[in-house]
Structure formats: C-alpha cells, structure tokens
Design a protein around this ligand. Structure first.
Ligand code: CTP
Length: 443
C-alpha cells in the first residue's frame, strides 16, 4: 500500500496493476465524461482491492452528473451492449462484442479484459422504512460515498483527465484499510440496511480485519432489536450464499455463530468445531472436484451447509425457510441416510452406496470420511462413479433376458468389471448367470 500524502494519487498503482487495455478504458471513461461536462470515478471494492494489492476487474463507475447518458455514449463509441435501470440511475456495459455497424466503426479491442462495466449516477439514498430498499436521487460524489456501508468501501478514484488517479476518501477509508478496521459511517447504518451485518463479517474474515468496537456494538444492538427479521428471506439467503462463496466460508460462519446471528436467521444450523471442520473439508473436496471436472456444475453453497444440518427435521426446516428446491432437500436427506453406512471395501459396493446420491452429497460424505488426498476416494470420483459395463441391455435381450432381469444383469456386469477388471465376455457371462433366477419373475 502506498504511504499517505495529500491528495494521494494512485495513477501509478493503476498502471502497475492493470493490463494496458483496462487502464486505457478507464482513461477513456474519464475523457468522454469530461467532454460531456461530468466527472467519472471508479469506486467501492475496486479501490479497496487495488489498495490491498489484490486488484479486481469488477469495476464500478460513479458519475457526478448523468451516469446513464455517459453509459449510452460509451456503448455507442465502443459498440458494446447496454442495460439501463432508470429507476436506480444505473447502467451496465457488456462486452459481448456487437458486429461493427460499418467498416468505419471497428469493434473495440482496447477493453477486452473486461466483461462488464457498471456505471451509476452519484446518488443520495433515503430509507423510507428500516430495511426497506432505498429511494434514490442524484447527488455529489461525497454524498454517494457517505451513503455506503463501511469506510473501506467508501473511497473513489477520479478518472477525469486533469485529476486522473486522485483518491477521494472523505470517510477515512485509507487509514482504516491500513489499520485493518471495518467501520460503519453512521449510527443508523445497520438500521437502514441490516444486510450490512453480513457484509461486515464477510469483509472482516476475508481480510483478517477487525470490526471496530462501536460498529460491533451496533451489530449486537441490531441483533437484539431483531432488525434481521425485517429483511426478506430472499435477501438473507443472498447474503448467506455470498458468505458461502468466500474462499474459506468456515471463518465467517464461525463469526456469525459467535455473534449469535445464525440462531436468528437459521436456528437449524448446528455450528460446532467438529462440524465446521467437516465444512472446511467439504470446501476442499468441492475445490478438488471443480478442478478435475470444471464442466460439471456443483451447488457449492448447499453442499457447504449440509455438514451443519444434523437431522431430517433440520434439513426440512432449512429448505422450507429459504424455499430451496425439492432436489436440494432430497440431496440433504439422501446424505443423512448414506451417512449411516460404513465405508465399504469393494468398488462395486462403493458404487452401489454412492452413485444414487447427487454429487454434492457424495462429496460431503467424502469430506466426512477422508481428506482430498485420499486415493481411494479420489478414485471413486475420478473413475468408479462414471464406469459403465461394456455390455448393454440390448446384449442381454439378444440372449433372451427381459424386464427387471436386465438391470440385475447389468449391475452384476458392472460389479465384476469394477472388482475384477473383467472383460466384456466375462461380464456377459456373469450378467447372464445373475439374471437367470429373475427371468421367471414377473416384471
Ligand atoms: N454497498 C453498500 N451497502 C450495501 C451494499 C453495497 O454501501 N449493502 C456499496 C459498497 O460501497 C460496496 C459497493 O456498494 O463497495 C459495491 O457492492 P458489492 O458489489 O456488493 O461489493 P464489493 O465492494 O464489490 O465487494 P465484494 O468484494 O464483496 O464483491
């Protein structure tokens, strides 16, 4: 982090930390804004992460003046898609390149590292009721920064060509970032927006910072006043899911439990040291699996919560509270059932035990019984789960097998392939032998 001078200029940091095309995009935003008689700033998490030395391409622009008009202009110049939300005074540019309109308007090449750019009109917010969504009206960059959640998120970098890189820090965010402190900007912050309680915990644990003493008191107060219950379940779920998307979600979960916030939003969750350790290992297994099979989607957040849901009642109640789908609920119940069995020896029994489970449940089970270095478990996910017999139902039908006997035969073929490495010929022989007694049974 650079040492503080006044006014601090971050142009050099921007140049060092970002690819040239991103930097020129930012410069162009500033230039076009200035030509339109308005001033553009990069704000929020972008500034925070740059100062922390972990730059992000998730860039939020705030404009003192009409942000939507600037976004429209840039979308024309760069020939990129635009979505406008008039009510919130915001717009988003999407870098799905359009066909150039004519040979004389080439598609942009300078901004290809970005996939989107959010542009908003600087605004003030008014909260008509606690925890309600705010009413917004245009304002100065200072008003816009003062309406934010924490000092470390309330900084801006000026993009105007004459002031490019200048840090705007009215709330002391730079100092708090240096000291590792999460601090709200005013006493009503959590009353206006109780989701900030989750955000405070998320940032504190992500950066190894500390929630400042008064801010912590305000959190406790908000909890005692049951402010969280004023939030819709959707908004709570959204925040909880964002926490579960953190690199190590066990840290914020432990902290939420310590602050006695979890019992308010999800009394079903049982947070013990042992269960958090299970969650940590689930995270490791999910990471391991995602690396091996990037094309297979996982419901990571739900998988991470399963170690904290100890009973059928807990799974049912949590699923209902947050209106999860039937498949999630069933995944939780299937896991509880499968947990009752011991880890088998033969590969065919592994497959019988685990293949009926959704992947998420199988990975949570793996985390309960092993670490991701466990070669046997790895082999299950890499190989056994996907192994199919080398013969098909058609082969069995051709030998006169029908009905349920076919699936019995195929299962036997798979078992002998997995356990003994039998070839197709042997698999057919075993399948026919096993299917035989079922031939006379009715379907
Ligand atoms: N913000 C706020 N209050 C909220 C949510 C957001 O003041 N309840 C402001 C903060 O200034 C924040 C910015 O809006 O920096 C953008 O919000 P978001 O995208 O949620 O967070 P990021 O700062 O980008 O952080 P993260 O790394 O968690 O995405």
């Amino acid at each position: 982090m650079p040492s503080q001078q006044k006014p601090l200029n971050l142009a050099k940091e921007l140049q060092q930390k970002f690819p040239a095309e991103v930097l020129s995009t930012l410069r162009e935003v500033g230039k076009v804004a200035s030509q339109m008689g308005v001033t553009a700033y990069a704000v929020g998490g972008f500034v925070r992460d740059l100062l922390l030395g972990t730059p992000t391409l998730d860039i939020d622009i705030v404009v003192e003046g009409n942000g939507i008009a600037l976004a429209q202009k840039l979308s024309q110049i760069w020939q990129v898609d635009l979505t406008v939300h008039e009510r919130f005074l915001t717009a988003t540019l999407h870098w799905r390149l359009k066909e150039p309109k004519s040979a004389s308007t080439p598609a942009p090449t300078h901004a290809c590292a970005l996939s989107r750019l959010d542009i908003a009109t600087a605004r003030k917010e008014r909260y008509p009721n606690p925890a309600a969504l705010p009413e917004v009206e245009p304002a100065s960059i200072f008003d816009d920064l003062w309406r934010r959640d924490f000092t470390i998120n309330a900084m801006a970098i000026c993009l105007d060509p004459k002031r490019f890189g200048e840090l705007v820090d009215p709330t002391g965010g730079f100092n708090d970032l240096r000291q590792g402190v999460i601090r709200v900007l005013h006493k009503r912050s959590f009353v206006d927006d109780p989701t900030r309680i989750f955000r405070a915990v998320r940032y504190e644990q992500r950066f190894d910072f500390e929630i400042e003493r008064k801010t912590l008191q305000l959190i406790r107060h908000a909890r005692n006043e049951s402010l969280l219950t004023k939030l819709s379940r959707d908004r709570i779920k959204h925040e909880l899911w964002r926490i579960l998307q953190e690199r190590d979600p066990t840290k914020p979960m432990r902290r939420l439990s310590e602050l006695r916030i979890l019992p308010v939003i999800a009394p079903e969750l049982c947070v013990t040291k042992k269960r958090l350790e299970w969650m940590r290992r689930t995270n490791e297994w999910l990471n391991w699996f995602a690396e091996k099979f990037p094309e297979k989607p996982l419901e990571r957040e739900w998988a991470l919560l399963l170690p904290l849901l100890p009973t059928v009642e807990a799974v049912n109640s949590f699923s209902q509270r947050y209106q999860l789908g039937e498949s999630e609920r069933e995944c939780g119940l299937a896991l509880l059932k499968a947990l009752k069995r011991r880890t088998p020896k033969r590969p065919s029994n592994w497959v019988r035990w685990l293949n009926p489970l959704p992947l998420e449940a199988a990975l949570v089970l793996a985390a309960k019984r092993s670490s991701p270095n466990d070669l046997l478990w790895q082999r299950y996910f890499l190989e056994w789960r996907w192994t199919r017999p080398d013969i098909t139902g058609e082969d069995l039908k051709a030998c006169g097998i029908a009905g349920r006997a076919i699936s019995v035969g195929l299962q036997a073929a798979l078992a002998v392939k997995l356990d003994e490495g039998a070839d197709a010929h042997k698999q057919l022989e075993v399948a026919l032998r096993r299917a035989q007694p079922y031939r006379t049974l009715r379907r």
